[in-house]
Design a protein around this ligand. Sequence first.
Ligand code: MOS
Length: 761
Amino acid sequence: MPTTQAPTAAPTTSPIGRSTPRVDGPLKVSGQAQYASDFRFPGMLYAVPVEATIANGRVITLDTATAEKMPGVRAIFHRGNIGEIFRSVLGPGFEGIVDERRPPFEDDVVRYYGQYIALAVADTFETAKAAADAVRATYAKEKPNVDTHLEADDEPEVVATQFGPRKRVQSQRGDSEAAFASAPIKLDQTYVTPAETHNPIELHATTAIWDAAEDVSRSTLTLYEASQGVVNLQGVLAQMFGLPRENVRVITKFLGSGFGGKLWPWTHSPLAAAAARQLGKPVKLVLSRKMMFQTVGHRPRTQQRVRLGASADGKLVSLQHDYVNHKAILDHYHEDCGEATAFQYSVPNLRVTFGRAKRNVGSPTPMRGPGAVPGLYATESAMNELADRLKIDPVRLRVINEPVIDESLGIPFSSRHLVECFELGAERFGWSKRTPEVGSMKQDGLTLGWGMAGCSWVAARFPAEASVQLRNDGTARVACGTQDIGTGTYTILAQLTGQKTGVPLDKIQVALGDTSLPPGPISGGSMVTGSVVPAVFAAADNAIASLLTIATTTPGSPFEKRPLADLALEGGRVFVKADGPVRGIPFADLLRLANLRMVSGSGKSEATSGNPAPKFSTHSFGCHFVEVSWQPQIARLRVSRVVTVIDAGRILNPLTGRNQIQGAVVMGIGMALFEHTSYDPQNGAPINSNLADYVMAVNADVPPIDVHFLDFPDKEIDELGARGIGEIGLAGIAAAITAAVHHATGVRVRELPIKIQNVLV
Ligand code: MOS
């Protein structure tokens, strides 16, 4: 048969574990990557929501007359004319999840500032905005409750949460009260984290296209959306509009990040869809930055009491973690601050409880490292305070309390190398040179403070499906209905496919972000990588099996009539195992010989999340070592150095992995020093709802961040041992920074963010 290439050595370098630049990078830097608000369609209209200017009360009148008369205005929608929008219901697993369960315009009650009460639709964005501004509402106003002191509401022992019912006593062992009472050393402190707002640079955006059929249930809805979970959004919209699931298509090709804010559907998406349904035209709706603070979630305020009892030599005898988060009036958001508490350290007596306090705020939602990030801020801060009290080095205190198994579940860890993280971090940072006395370390006229903390983040798999094609031009295609939220999923899918097929990465087309593809996981929980490995590998294996069958059955093939088991594909070449790849031929030649454009295979991974009886406790671990510099003369506090060590199993792409951790550490500097959303007690509005007043860490705030990965593959997650990475980098960092600030200044700040007036004493 004709071969297009002389036999040469097959490329053997595996793309797995290599620092691979993003395969979608060129599309992004050349402006070709299309984000949700970039899509345009003939006849497209623009929608701008009308925001309530109270946070508690009712809409009494809505005057739309002026707005409706403006040239170019197509409609002003409100409760009376939007048409039916149904509630969606939580299904099994990760199905039908929304934080705000009330569909838009369901009643005339206003429960938070900025809640949408009407929607202006016009030919241009400018007209729609002017029309929205011209809508006049009158209200029966009541005083909003946005109190920052959180007392848990009186709720039953089992409460509804966004993921279903949960016990308020989250974890319990031994007798924590009695053990605390009799402990020689006691620490009892309350830590507070403020409401924080996700501020991805890309605003929430949606463009809805409704294709109407005589029989409404045959209509189709297509949404170009900024979503971290197209499959869930599809299911929710199908429920809200009474459509079969397959009649709804959601597309998110590129996301200008989300940090959790785009995980679950928000009310602007059904509003755009309903407007498209009523008007028979595509409708685009892009939120303003101010709306980003009001209607699309935030990390809720938390108040966490931590009680530690210890022996004089530093062994924990009791740990109690009782926390409260604020939530919205109708919704069930639980910020799982206790996520890591029950297994992080060894302690025989423990109790973790939660409560919620209703406030007139929009529904909270997961924000990078939900639960564990505020939770570990509190518990790791308490560990640092205990270390100071005991005059034990904080690293040593943690090593003393390193558990052998997950004591909350009574099962082993699949892979836990926290102590190695501490050792490597301490060495890279130079921790042994630390002198523990406050203000004792000076350099170039600055006071230095050194602090550290540990961290962890859950590792699991969501269900995932994928398909892989091998094509007769030597290219491959991999498809999975997950998203790339800026983390590198396009690149990881290409690497996995390249690993199995030997096709070079620049010849692999990656398709994701579309519900018409095999259903993929939400881009959340740092779980995409772990979830897609088995699915993509199985899909590639099935495509290869089909290819090899063709090799043995196609007339004229050099492998005709060979037993299938003799053949293999490696480096893009089919060969007889005994002869080695050099004697093989490119798979493209075989496909052409057989007159086939392609072979394809599909694969599935099962979920491990939600397993009621796991054999192993699966988590990633890590630690941060932080230096701050303090100049009391000019009240200048800087984070001047960070060393972070992460044990996240095998790292498939150190370049994108390091990028994730560095980004998370930057966010941690913001969490410790700057970020907080403030609500006006008079009208309940988030008052710093813009990028000038909501202060985040910027380049000038960011020191060198030295990131190290341990390399212990975790085969419980997938055959490569990759646990996925991202959120863990934000866990613990705020506790390390507050400890460093205490070491420099002597001031212990227990309510974030640290304000300069806190340390001017
Ligand atoms: Mo992440 S908060 O699970 O997007």
